[in-house]
Design a protein around this ligand. Structure first.
Ligand SMILES: [Zn+2]
Length: 115
């Protein structure tokens, strides 16, 4: 789900990205702005994960950035889910119903690694 950075209103469109001057129907905030972009990283140079982009002064204003990619809240959430499921996998391999002793775990690990 792509959402307005300002008010959280969902952006529903058949297009992949909003037009440069497109704005939120609810709060009239610009959608094509750094704050809505998945590359927006305040800690980085130019506050952007892509080093070749130009400096944008107004992070909430419409920008003309070619790299703009509307941040997808659910995609980010599912990234966390992937990490969680990896942990679950490890737990299922090494904990819970898995082998109990350290040497058993090591053997199980070696089998998994094809050794
Ligand atoms: Zn809004």
């Amino acid at each position: 789900m792509k959402k307005c950075h300002k008010c959280g209103e969902a952006w529903v469109s058949e297009k992949k990205q909003p037009a440069v001057k497109e704005y939120c129907e609810k709060c009239s905030g610009y959608l094509h702005c750094c704050l809505n972009c998945r590359f927006y990283e305040p800690k980085l140079h130019n506050h952007c994960a892509i080093p070749t982009t130009d400096w944008v002064g107004d992070k909430a204003g419409a920008n003309f950035c070619d790299e703009f990619d509307f941040r997808d809240a659910e995609a980010q959430a599912s990234d966390g889910g992937a990490a969680a499921s990896a942990r679950d996998l490890l737990d299922s391999m090494f904990g819970g119903d898995g082998p109990k002793s350290e040497s058993d775990r090591l053997d199980a690990f070696k089998r998994l690694m094809g050794d």
